[in-house]
Structures are given as C-alpha cells and as structure tokens.
Design a protein around this ligand. Structure first.
Ligand code: SF4
Length: 349
C-alpha cells in the first residue's frame, strides 16, 4: 500500500482509524509530539483486540493506522491487530521510530509483527538520527521493503527552508531510488517540543483568518486510555476530561459501527469538516461556549448537511494527497508523497 492512498483517504469520514498502542517509547526525541517516554501508559490490549475484531467486510475502515509512542514495543499486539483487520479487508499501516534498528538489523519478533502490515512509515529527523543512525534506518527499511511492504519516511524539520529537510529528502530519494514516499512536516508546539517551539506559527491553531474546513476531524482516534475522539490534535487526544463535543466514545463499551456512525453523522463534526469553526483553539473552546456549540451543531443538522459533508470529502479525496499536504504538511515537499508508485514523476522539492 502506498502512502498517497492513505493520505487521500484522510478527509473521508471514518475511512480510517488511528490507534495509539502506547505512550511508551525508548527514544527521547526533543520534538516528540506525543510527550512519549520510557514510562508511558499502554492502551488496553484486550479492548483493542475486541474493537478491531469487530470490523466486518461490510463495515470497516479502509485503513488502520497504528501509532504511539512506539507501537512496535508491543509487537504481538501489532501482529494481532493487523491480522484481525486483514481478515475483514482493512489494511494496516505502522508508524515507528525504529528503536530496534540501531545496527540496521531487524529482530525476528518485529518482522513477525509486520506479517499482515501493508505500509510501514519510519520517523526520521535530526533528533531520531542522534539515536538511530541514518544508515541503520535505511538498511532496516530496505529489509522491510524487500518483504513486500510499502514504505515511507515521516520527516520533521523546523521550517520549509531548514537545510536538514533538503539534505534528508535528497538522501532518501537517492538511497531508495524514489521507491519510498516522504511526508514532511514542521515541528509543532505540542508535547515535548512545546517548550522550545512555542513561538512558531501553527496554521491550524493560529488565531484570526476565516474559518477553514478541518479535514482532521474525519478519522476516529483511539487514545492511550481507550477513549475515542474525532480529532487527532494532540492537545485534544491528551486532555482529560476530553472536550465532550470531540469525544466519540470508548473502545471498552463502543464497537466500530457505533463509533463510525457518530463520526459520520454528528452534526457538529459535519460543521467542523465542511465550514470549520475558526481554529483549533476556537474548536476546543466550544466546550465552554454552549451557545456557539449549539449554533454549530444546528448548522450541521440542516437537511443538506450530510450531502455537503460527503461532497466535501469526495472533492478533497479527488484533489489528491499532494493538495492535502500542501495545506497540512510542508508545502514545497508535498509532491514527495507520490514517490513509491506509478506516479513517480514528481518535481524535486
Ligand atoms: S481541534 Fe477541531 S479544528 Fe482542530 S484538528 Fe481538532 S477537530 Fe479539527
């Protein structure tokens, strides 16, 4: 599975499920967006297995994305979830910091965990490279690619003109001869990076400007404690109590069908996806503004709201992965998401 296929589905309500397996991570990257560390919490395994085991061929997400923390600290769970998902027709993607590959080799337990995985994304940036050398990461990703799994790199830099981004993207392209896609982002002031990146511009959280539709309110996200939210903003995922208007349920008591329906049919989420509510800060603040919350929900209850939501998702999907990443990723590097497939003809960033 190619990265571009996954990104194209991102604006489609309930086309994917993002599942956090743990907040533990053996690495200590200064920019970590999830504030993960050696002693984070693990998401309840049995509840996760039950939840993913509830997918059916007729009612399932297209993609299950496993993330953390470091999801491969729980290799047996990655193997179980991807196997359960595959039996219903859902493809699994794993995002890893490659902690296991410091010498370029991949332990057998990790390769076993990837048996039913369709896409593997390796995080790489200036902080990861201090802990896992670039050559070791590349060697391990080659091995994964040779096993038939689609691969990509998730790269983070300070800004579009960060020389590190030019260097690492050129290095990946040369090493993998454009057979590995690259997703480039800028450091956001959340999690561990908050202390030193707070002054940087964060488009989704910026105040002012016209409200913009939010494509990030489309996939349910399972947080480390099993709570399911409609939003992948780390502040929402981590805040307890979670803003009620962005909460979809909990994997201990809600199955996929119920979560999917809430995600697709919530009038408020329809408004957030089709019209927007101004910024992430405004969106979160709706929890304390009942009149604004009610007005947004009313707008999403109009008879045409469902059709508008579906049309918006289709248009964004048709516009493709590059268009989405021009908005949410590092704009000049967006075309690199197409690498690794038949559309390899991209202009170098
Ligand atoms: S906080 Fe609201 S606007 Fe921001 S990503 Fe989440 S759902 Fe979208």
């Amino acid at each position: 599975m190619r990265l571009a296929e996954i990104i194209e589905l991102r604006p489609v309500p309930a086309a994917g499920l993002l599942a956090t397996l743990t907040r533990r991570c053996p690495l200590s990257c200064a920019h970590c967006s999830t504030s993960s560390g050696p002693r984070g919490e693990d998401t309840p395994a049995e509840a996760l297995r039950r939840f993913v085991g509830g997918f059916t061929p007729g009612d399932r997400p297209e993609v299950l994305m496993l993330t953390g923390g470091e999801p491969l600290l729980r290799p047996a769970l990655v193997g179980d979830l991807s196997s359960l998902a595959a039996s219903a027709g859902t493809r699994t993607s794993v995002l890893s910091g490659m902690f296991f590959a410091t010498d370029g080799r991949i332990p057998a337990r990790i390769m076993r965990a990837l048996r039913y995985v369709s896409h593997f994304s390796a995080s790489i940036d200036v902080f990861h490279e201090r802990e896992v050398p670039r050559a070791a990461s590349f060697r391990a990703v080659h091995r994964i690619m040779e096993s038939g799994i689609g691969v990509s790199f998730h790269v983070v830099g300070n800004a579009a003109d960060d020389p590190y981004l030019a260097d690492i993207t050129a290095s990946i392209r040369a090493e993998f001869r454009d057979r590995a896609a690259v997703l480039v982002n800028h450091v956001r002031p959340v999690g561990r990076a908050a202390a030193w990146a707070a002054a940087r511009e964060v488009p989704l959280d910026g105040a002012g400007g016209p409200p913009a539709p939010c494509a990030m309110a489309a996939w349910p996200v399972v947080a480390f404690d099993g709570t399911v939210t409609a939003c992948c903003n780390q502040r929402v995922v981590d805040t307890r109590p979670m803003p009620e208007h962005l909460r979809l349920g909990h994997i201990a008591v809600d199955g996929w069908t119920r979560i999917r329906r809430r995600c697709q049919e919530s009038p408020l989420l329809r408004t957030i996806r089709t019209a927007g509510v101004g910024s992430c800060a405004n969106c979160r603040a709706l929890a304390g503004r009942p009149a604004a919350l009610e007005a947004a929900a009313r707008a999403g209850s109009r008879p045409a709201a469902g059709a508008m939501d579906a049309l918006g998702a289709r248009l964004q999907r048709d516009a493709g992965a590059v268009a989405l990443l021009r908005r949410y990723g590092s704009e000049p590097y967006a075309p690199l998401v197409l690498l690794g497939g038949p559309e390899d003809e991209v202009s170098p960033a």
